[in-house]
Ligand binder design. Structure first.
Ligand code: TRP
Length: 324
């Protein structure tokens, strides 16, 4: 039997190339080797109560990007978290075996509580329990995530151990699977690529928008003149090029150090490489966007298939916990 994979994507709207290199590509690659369940986690988005009027649009855009990137509804279950309401019951049952002290020491919780002290709600403290419920409802063996999610996964494993100890062997302990490119730095060359910082390129951007964004990117700050030697190891354009044209990077590195190429040349090459790489994805996205009925159907079918698994797990949990 194939092992199972589960991962969740927060619906923050269109995905950018950081999400794609860090997660999306990996999701696509896992589809043949594993039974994959991919979920757009709208309930998690509610823990911070941002932009709820945009939520439906954001879910739809994220789904378009994932499908365009190559998630295949014939191979994987792709659905929206709240469309399978069984999640809420497992979330509540798992909360009974999760000590509050475990949740209060989770780094993402402490960070969010520090940034938004006026919005430390019960749901926010429970974020990792909801995430554990996602993973466990589908009894996932493997969870592809970025490094920032490792504490959440560790907590899931602790919940599993406690649950299994109390109620008998029920859930496998899920393993994290880190992507090869866990961190993609944004165009500012400082922070992780992120929509909220505006240092990103959307997958769905046009070739012109991509070129414009790339031309604004920060390169090696020590290189003022075209004739100055470059330092590719500190240059973000260089790092981004490696993701898109790995084959010629030894030459680029030498040419940059010898000042044979300038930063403008390099950015032009990066924009071209991104546009070349993403052209098929963008074409698929345009086709999907022209067929909203199909996209909605994918979402409904996904929820139906997910619910079959969810019901089975939940029945087992209810019975083990003495509810039936
Ligand atoms: N917390 C994850 C993030 O912020 C999203 C997520 C929710 C998730 N449930 C999950 C990831 C289950 C992996 C498995 O990116």
């Amino acid at each position: 039997m194939k092992k199972s994979v589960f991962s969740g994507v927060r619906p923050t709207g269109r995905l950018h190339i950081g999400n794609y290199l860090g997660a999306g590509k990996n999701y696509v690659a896992l589809q043949d080797e594993y039974d994959c369940v991919y979920c757009i986690v709208d309930l998690h988005a509610l823990t911070t109560l941002e932009d709820t009027d945009k939520l439906q649009g954001n879910i739809y855009e994220a789904l378009l990007d994932l499908l365009a990137a190559g998630l295949d509804p014939q191979k994987s279950v792709i659905f929206v978290q709240s469309h399978v309401p069984e999640i809420n019951e497992l979330f509540s049952l798992l909360s009974m075996v999760t000590p509050l002290s475990w949740l209060l020491r989770v780094p993402t919780f402490k960070e969010k509580a520090r940034i938004h002290p006026q919005n430390v709600n019960y749901g926010l403290v429970g974020y990792p329990v909801l995430m554990a419920a996602d993973i466990l409802l589908y009894k996932a063996d493997v969870v592809p995530v970025g490094e920032d999610q490792l504490p959440h996964l560790e907590l899931t494993r602790e919940i599993v151990r406690r649950f299994n100890e109390h109620f008998g062997e029920t859930f496998p302990e899920p393993q994290a699977k880190l992507t090869n490119f866990p961190l993609v730095v944004g165009l500012d060359g400082k922070d992780k690529m992120s929509k909220s910082l505006g240092n990103h390129i959307e997958l769905a951007a046009t070739a012109e928008e991509t070129a414009k964004k790339v031309m604004s990117a920060v390169t090696d700050p020590a290189r003022r003149l075209r004739s100055d030697p470059g330092h590719p190891e500190v240059c973000n354009v260089f790092k981004l090029r490696r993701h898109f044209e790995a084959e010629c990077m030894t030459q680029v590195e030498t040419d940059c150090r010898d000042a044979k190429i300038g930063c403008v040349d390099c950015k032009r090459a990066l924009a071209e490489a991104i546009n070349r790489d993403l052209a098929p994805l963008r074409a698929r996205r345009a086709e999907l966007a022209a067929d909203p009925k199909y996209v909605r159907q994918v979402m409904l079918d996904g929820a139906q298939r997910a619910q079959i698994i969810a019901k089975r797990t939940l029945n087992e949990v209810r019975s083990k916990m003495g509810l039936i």
